[in-house]
Write a protein that binds this ligand. Structure first.
Ligand code: GLA
Ligand code: GLA
Length: 670
């Protein structure tokens, strides 16, 4: 990379034309937003002026207000107390700070749950989730919906014309705690949802394969959510309940949005997704079209792949946003309070983590929360102002980042530059592949996808993480880890991709079932058999302490398949040398008219995957865009003219005259 390197930490800023993101239309400024959830109601009024002053010092441009304010905004049914929020909104405005205003419906107030305990969610075991925490509401409760929409309307009418308002923030992290509710309300709504999907009871019986275990349904009233049962509940009932539960909260989002659009048609609407770790209940690929701009919350899970997971989540969020910029609504300046051990970030990690999100398309960098709480369940969760106050390393790092982001204003609105390789991500396969009563309960869908991502990073090759329905034109190599649910239409799309010259790689347990979780017969992987040129008669999962060796030197765990290749054209790229499959293919490659399709039948982990991926990449004609000595150490992300170089190591890296600090990120404008 011959371009000049501009160290944005000390840079003077760069000039350029940019398109504006949707939420910026109201601010009229092209900039990267910087801010946090702001909860002034937790502090005496005199602290607020200090907050506003310190926000200016830190370069804060936007705050989210009102997320958990219902009980103070509506202290009794239909009685509103907006005075304090008026004051906070005005204070932000006079200080030039925009407001992303929550509808405040995330957590119902005690008067509501006392009067209507029937809005409380119920677990699969029949346990009621009581007030005392937050988000204690049934997504399908008509009573809750009525009260939430009334508050939404009151908020929209009160603040729709406020000059500080730039976006609506529906509820908060929908489904964080209440995604699965098994109450009678849920049962009734589930029946309606199923009637919509299947129309007749015969169709439902067929989809759920109720001939099995005496489950034939003779009336709709007999349909239940998959409550704790004596043995494994019906798998299709479970899969449909996951779909239904995601839809039920999506419906809540749409209901609040409808009120907001009616009262304030010009104000964009978002809600904060949780594309992170093992949070899997909400099918965000399906939700993304419901918001005016995609927002995400992300918290680092410390561990060997912590950085890669952050990058993966940011990358997938960009995929959900269709490559357009998105809004990082929450992450942390340092420790959180909800992991088993809450690790403080090392110096440099704060900026590195934030800038990684920016590298993958975030046009806003916001934290939970502005001022660390002195009391309550989140008092040990870091904020932009820590308990120690402004005279702290943390606050100085925050202010430093605010400055850097200010310098990067010309980046605002720039979409990501697509890579030539992609990893497909599919919520339904995630749900279905990890269901009970399977060949192994050790399989982890997202971990396999993340391992592929790490392998790409280790080879210094960019890969876009895409929802499975995304268009694949322009990609030369597409990896589909554990693409378990393959309806006929998806098989056709993937076949067409290969016929048009694409290279597809699938892994173990892919292409096994259709959309009803019924096995494709005739040998696995059903509808991908011809494309891959293989036929599997039996799965052969491995016990925890079992390892198998491949003749390319790699080690496999978790899974193996008994593979037969279907034609002479299929190349065996690696064979098992130990275990029950010794001598059989482990990794295959089927060149077809146009492109090719590969298969990896065991869990190789990042290192083993890097070996086979190197081979797949060279066959697809894809090379690293980094110089050889930087591959694996430096992570590259590209947004138009802006190239982000992220240090993946704990050592400084010489970029040819410029030293990229450990945990450093540099932005180069080509
Ligand atoms: C979520 C919530 C916030 C806060 C943070 C803590 O992201 O939306 O209100 O609880 O977690 O990490
Ligand atoms: C028991 C049951 C069978 C079947 C098998 C499965 O034997 O009687 O119906 O479920 O377990 O191993």
């Amino acid at each position: 990379m011959a371009a000049k390197i501009r160290d944005v930490r000390h840079g003077t800023g760069v000039q350029g034309q940019v398109s504006q993101s949707r939420w910026l239309r109201r601010t009229g400024a092209a900039r990267l937003e910087f801010g946090a959830d702001y909860n002034p109601e937790q502090w005496p009024r005199e602290v607020w002026d200090d907050d506003a002053r310190a926000m200016r010092t830190a370069g804060v441009t936007i705050v989210t207000l009102g997320v958990f304010s219902w009980a103070l905004l509506e202290p009794a049914e239909g009685e509103y107390d907006f005075g304090w929020l008026d004051d906070a909104m005005d204070l932000m405005h006079v200080n030039g700070i925009a407001v992303d205003l929550a509808t405040a419906t995330a957590s119902p107030p005690p008067w509501l749950t006392t009067k209507h305990p029937e809005i409380l969610p119920v677990t699969a075991d029949g346990v009621t989730l009581w007030p005392g925490g937050r988000q204690q509401w049934r997504p399908t409760s008509a009573v809750f919906r009525t009260h939430a929409l009334r508050l939404t309307r009151a908020m929209a009418e009160r603040y729709g014309g406020h000059p500080a308002l730039v976006a609506w923030h529906v509820s908060n992290e929908l489904g964080c705690h209440n995604i699965y509710d098994y109450s009678d309300d849920a049962a009734a709504a589930f029946r309606l949802w199923l009637r919509e999907r299947y129309a007749t009871l015969d169709a439902l019986n067929a989809a759920w394969a109720t001939a099995f275990w005496s489950q034939h349904l003779s009336a709709w009233e007999q349909v239940l959510p998959p409550r704790t049962a004596a043995s494994f509940p019906n798998p299709t009932q479970q899969l449909d309940f996951k779909r239904f539960s995601s839809d039920a909260l999506k419906d809540h989002l749409r209901a609040e949005r409808a009120v907001l659009r009616e009262v304030t048609p010009d104000v964009p609407v978002t809600t904060n997704f949780m594309v992170m770790g093992e949070t899997k209940g909400m099918n965000y690929a399906d939700w993304a079209a419901e918001v005016d701009f995609v927002s995400n919350d992300h918290y680092v899970q410390p561990g060997p792949q912590g950085r890669d997971e952050l990058s993966f989540s940011a990358n997938l969020t960009g995929g959900l946003a269709g490559g357009r910029p998105w809004f990082l609504m929450e992450h942390s300046t340092s420790a959180v309070n909800w992991q088993p051990v809450n690790v403080a970030k090392r110096p440099g990690e704060l900026a590195r983590d934030s800038m990684t999100h920016v590298a993958y398309g975030a046009d806003a960098v916001c934290y939970f929360q502005w001022r660390q709480s002195a009391a309550g369940a989140e008092k040990y969760h870091s904020g932009m102002i820590p308990h120690a106050g402004e005279d702290s390393t943390l606050f100085r790092a925050v202010a430093d980042l605010g400055k850097r982001l200010g310098d990067l204003a010309p980046l605002a609105g720039t979409p990501r530059t697509p890579a030539r390789a992609a990893i497909l991500f599919d919520w339904e396969s995630w749900w279905a592949a990890e269901a009970d009563s399977h060949p192994t309960d050790r399989l982890r869908y997202r971990q396999e996808a993340l391992d592929w991502y790490t392998a790409f990073l280790d080879l210094g090759v960019r890969a876009d993480v895409l929802p499975v329905a995304a268009p694949l034109d322009g990609y030369d190599l597409v990896v589909a880890p554990i693409l378990h649910v393959v309806p006929a239409s998806l098989a056709s799309r993937l076949t067409a991709f290969v016929q048009a010259g694409g290279h597809l790689v699938a892994t173990y347990f892919s292409g096994v079932v259709d959309e009803n979780d019924h096995v494709w017969l005739g040998g696995y992987p059903g509808p991908l058999r011809d494309l891959l040129g293989i036929r599997i008669e039996e799965f052969a999962p491995l016990l925890d302490d079992e390892r198998v060796t491949l003749d390319n030197g790699s080690t496999g765990t978790l899974w193996t398949d008994r593979i037969d290749v279907s034609t002479e054209d299929v190349e065996v790229l690696a064979r098992y040398t130990t275990g029950d499959q010794a001598g059989r293919p482990a990794v295959t490659w089927n060149p077809t008219a146009g492109g090719a399709a590969g298969y990896v039948s065991t869990r190789l982990g990042p290192q083993g995957l890097a070996t086979v991926l190197g081979e797949f990449l060279s066959r697809a004609g894809i090379e690293s865009e980094l110089p050889p000595d930087q591959r694996g150490k430096v992570e590259l992300a590209i947004r138009g003219d802006f190239h982000f170089l992220i240090n993946r190591t704990d050592e400084p890296i010489d970029l040819g005259g410029y030293l990229l600090a450990a945990d450093g990120v540099v932005v180069v404008r080509e």
